[in-house]
Design a protein around this ligand. Structure first.
Ligand code: PLP
Length: 386
């Protein structure tokens, strides 16, 4: 991974640059990745062996079987395949449940399902972004076909009680999907323990390549093809496979799994240091979701009396890369549906600092020292302090 040491990158939740190990795995896949795994000749068989090995590695990281791993073109696509694939398999009808803080990839899929006649219930969250299992249970109906609650939130880092929610859904015969795109770097991913039927991942949040995702599909889960065609990916997602991307995905997930036990506590302590530093030096700062279990990596801080765009720009000029809430809509500063769901939607600046495995104590201390004068100067010049 190439970094500019003068700059501090704290936007790993937007994308974690490809690591040297992943780049090497993709390079090593090299020549074989150039052939078609569906071809019957020797070259095709080499490509097939590469694909199978990557699928086995991903399956091992998730405690799954090879046939339960579908490679997709992104986390977004995995989420879309999960929701629309199940509803399509069950006849394009039924009731769908999702939480209010899901990523747009899930929420837009539920919009699409609503348009084709499904009923959708959006389960609210508490002020820290948590889904209450009782409210979740109450939202399920006899005609509910799928429920989707993310493992951890991309804007504020709140971790949901996925095991408990999955068990509730299972007891009611409802397919349970979880978007684990942000959780995958930090939290256990054993699909048997989690009890999920479907789980989405994205390689580029794990120092893997962009344009590469995974959908775990538990054996027996009804799911129809998202992209019909040549029948690749067990018929769920046709199209000649992105072999280099898939090799990179397998390497990224393997490394994340191997490093998780050491990395999660270390990065949690950096997150806590940043939060404590902000609280001690900036009057009025609020840490969103602070009452809930959160990812080691995400600090969502609201700075009253300052606007997001100015704060982002000042931090960027000072050499710090962060985002405002979530950066998924082409960098646009739209009001965050997640903060609105928490009841803390505000015009005050909310900045997401997202830490990564490469983040250092020195970087955290530099950012903590740099913020108070920037916030103070913006507050002095702000036209309408809150
Ligand atoms: N789900 C969550 C929780 C995310 O944070 C993101 C990306 O930010 C996605 C899904 C989409 O993943 P991708 O960028 O691979 O489409």
């Amino acid at each position: 991974m190439r970094t500019n040491s003068a700059r501090i990158y704290l936007d790993y939740a937007a994308s974690a640059p490809v690591s040297a190990e992943v780049a090497e795995a993709m390079r090593a896949a090299g020549e074989d990745a150039g052939f078609n795994p569906s071809s019957l000749h020797a070259e095709g068989r080499r490509a097939r062996a590469l694909l199978d090995a990557a699928r086995d590695a991903v399956a091992a990281s998730l405690g799954a079987r090879r046939s339960e791993i579908t490679f997709t073109g992104s986390g977004t696509e995995a989420n879309h395949l999960a929701l629309t694939g199940v509803v399509r398999a069950l006849g394009w009808k039924g009731h769908v449940v999702a939480s209010a803080v899901e990523h747009h990839a899930v929420l837009r899929a539920t919009d699409e399902l609503r348009e084709i006649g499904c009923e959708v219930t959006i389960v609210p969250v508490d002020r820290d972004g948590r889904v209450d299992p009782e409210q979740f249970s109450a939202a399920l109906r006899d005609d509910t076909v799928i429920a989707s609650v993310m493992y951890a939130n991309n804007e504020i880092g709140t971790v949901q009680p996925v095991e408990e929610l999955a068990a509730i859904a299972r007891a009611r015969g409802v397919v349970f999907h979880s978007d684990a795109v942000q959780a995958a770097a930090w939290l256990p991913l054993d699909t048997a323990t989690l009890g999920v039927d479907l789980l989405s991942l994205s390689a580029h949040k794990l120092h893997g390549p962009k344009g590469a995702g995974v959908l775990f599909v538990r054996t027996g889960t009804p799911i129809a093809a998202a992209v019909p065609g040549g029948g690749q990916e067990f018929g769920r997602r046709s199209g000649t496979e992105n072999l280099a991307g898939i090799a990179g995905t397998a390497a990224a997930l393997k490394r994340a799994a191997e490093g998780r036990v050491a990395n999660s506590p270390r990065v949690t302590s950096l997150r806590e240091r940043l939060e404590a530093g902000l609280a001690a030096s900036i009057p009025g700062v609020r840490i969103n979701g602070s009452g809930a279990a959160r990812l080691p990596s995400i600090v969502s801080a609201t700075f009253p009396g300052v606007d997001s765009e100015s704060l982002l720009a000042r931090l960027d000029l000072a050499g710090v890369a962060v985002s405002a809430g979530s950066a998924c809509t082409s960098g646009a500063l739209e009001p965050s549906h997640v903060l609105s769901a928490l009841g803390t939607g505000t015009s005050d600046a909310t900045i997401r600092f997202s830490l990564g495995v490469p983040t250092t104590l020195e970087e955290i201390d530099r950012v903590t020292a740099m913020l108070p004068p920037i916030v103070a100067s913006l507050r002095r010049t702000s036209p309408a302090p809150a």
